[in-house]
Design a protein around this ligand. Sequence first.
Ligand SMILES: Cc1cc2nc3c(=O)[nH]c(=O)nc-3n(C[C@H](O)[C@H](O)[C@H](O)COP(=O)(O)OP(=O)(O)OC[C@H]3O[C@@H](n4cnc5c(N)ncnc54)[C@H](O)[C@@H]3O)c2cc1C
Length: 298
Amino acid sequence: MHVAVVGGSLSGVATAYLLNKEGFSVDLFSHGTMKIPVGLCHPFTGREAKIIRDGYQAIEKAKEFITVSERALGRKVTLQNGIERRGWHAAGDFKDLLSLNNQSYLIKSGMTVYLSEYLEGMRRASKGVTFINQKIRSIDELESNYDRVILCVGAGLKYLINDFDQRYHLVKGQVLICHPPKGLTIDRSIIAKGHISPLRDGRVQIGSTYEHTYLTKDPDIDVCVRLLAPKVESYLPSLDQFKIDQVLAGFRVSDRKSRFPSIRRITEKTYAMTGFRSRGILYHGFFAYKMKEEICES
Ligand SMILES: Cc1cc2nc3c(=O)[nH]c(=O)nc-3n(C[C@H](O)[C@H](O)[C@H](O)COP(=O)(O)OP(=O)(O)OC[C@H]3O[C@@H](n4cnc5c(N)ncnc54)[C@H](O)[C@@H]3O)c2cc1C
């Protein structure tokens, strides 16, 4: 079977890799690059720590793909020294949580993922997949040439299907790339109201905004600083003390019907896999396996 996967980010590379491993001939159409340098991955949710739906299985799958990427690159694409969660209350006794002090926990399984490095490793690991740098403008052009088409295009789905706005919702997110003030060392990601994560070069990523309304899809420093400053001040030195280098923006896609990602058959040949919200790293591998099962059974 000849399969087209569209979208070369988290869900696309994992799906293409698995289908190719299963013996399918796979072309992956990708356009654009991952803008956000760092993403966090852990299986908890809520103000009172609870395990998110399928959280433990999902993190195992995420780790499996991270290992594939790291083997192909020959180096680490993650920090696996846990994630510190401040201002939290654990509703149960979880063996994955280490209590640090009052309302602060170490999520032991938590990972900080360097996203473009991870994606590069997955590309290298997917030797049998043909990568094509092309923006797809309609499903029709692919359906005539492929047996199955899998759309893993995130917010790009808006331009490929007719009922996007009825079915899905976009939330803009922005992060700041900054030099930390002297004396502040961040060696693992911290989540409080927002997060701070170490980059490879000594800078930090501070995020993220959740903007349900926005004037532009592009980075907007005024809005970003206004929304992040109060979050930062709750657990870090004031944002004024960081030297801001860059503001980066992207979109999270939510399925209006569910807080969980979804795989949807759009036409006889075409599927859309989306709705990863802010949990793309956690769920992308888990859903790539679901997608593979769906294609094998179809
Ligand atoms: C500010 C911010 C912070 C975030 N932080 C985290 C985090 O800490 N942890 C986490 O797990 N998630 C985080 N997320 C969410 C995460 O980025 C998404 O869940 C994840 O990227 C979804 O992956 P995806 O493969 O479905 O889509 P995307 O990553 O959106 O990728 C879609 C790809 O398809 C390409 N594409 C689109 N249209 C076309 C087309 N027509 N033809 C060809 N290619 C196309 C795009 O260029 C892109 O490369 C964050 C998001 C934002 C915006």
